[in-house]
Design a protein around this ligand. Sequence first.
Ligand code: 13P
Ligand code: SF4
Length: 320
Amino acid sequence: MAIALPSNDGTVAREITPELRAMQRRIRDLVAQKNAVILAHIYQRGEVQAVADFIGDSLNLSREAASTKADIIVFCGVHFMAETAKLLSPNKLVLLPDMKAGCGMADMITGDQAREFKASHPGRPLVSYVNTFAEVKAESDICCTSTNAARVVQSLPDREVLFAPDRFLAAWVQKHTPDKKIIAFNGYCPTHFVIKPSMVEARKKLSPDALVLAHPECSPEVLEMADYVGSTQGLMDYAGKSDRREFIILTESGLLLRLRELYPEKRFVSIAPCPHCPYMKFVELEKVLACLENESNPIEIPTSIMLRARTSIERMMAVV
Ligand code: 13P
Ligand code: SF4
């Protein structure tokens, strides 16, 4: 297995060898033979993004999964994303290259905890961030992603709304829905949690003309320092449209790779150390090839939770 090393600019880089190119070609051949599609999250490794049919944030990946005509979806992302794809396309084979690709935030709330959270605040609807297990989605009234969280909360008739698991995204949504009262669960993303205001300060000293773009999974103190806050796709769109040349990116390292590829004339830098999501990086090219070849690691969701979990995702898609 080839080793991926953090490069000196903070992203996870892998040398493009002839063997690696051959593996990428083999993957693309199999995609065509099997009528498959490869969906990749923006936080994926560069060489994995390079074999994808579609690269996007969690909302756009859900849309792709719901509308694809392919028979097989190879999901290069984390487990909750592949599960969401399965909820939206239950008759398709959805494969996750490595079942260890979980999520530190999704691990923070179980179905039982979601039930307890609701029971301790009776009569309030539960909005769950898509970064949860299907079992939690099944307990939720509606889901949201970082793109549409405020719109989803606003769409509810209730004034008081439960929000799980991300307390930082909840605080961000609260700021944008002042007529609501959001009661947040106590979760967070470990990858964004480590981004501290002092790191942003240090980077700003080095790049005084750069705009600061942040993901809403960062803490409120960090978001205060940002010129723009948005989902991974939102940050990409903003950077593309902006007439500024330099940007400090406050999210996972995969976005830097994507931004540099899309906008080579602009400069994108991170804080030190550059944040990596270890779960996203479990997906490697060898595993993509193996799961396509063997049709291994299928996502399965128990029928007892499938319908309810799907309903909360479909309600979200209807708001969007
Ligand atoms: P988005 O892709 O919705 O911005 O979410 C980022 C994320 O948490 C992926 O784990
Ligand atoms: Fe989960 Fe955070 Fe990784 Fe996203 S970046 S998959 S929220 S641990």
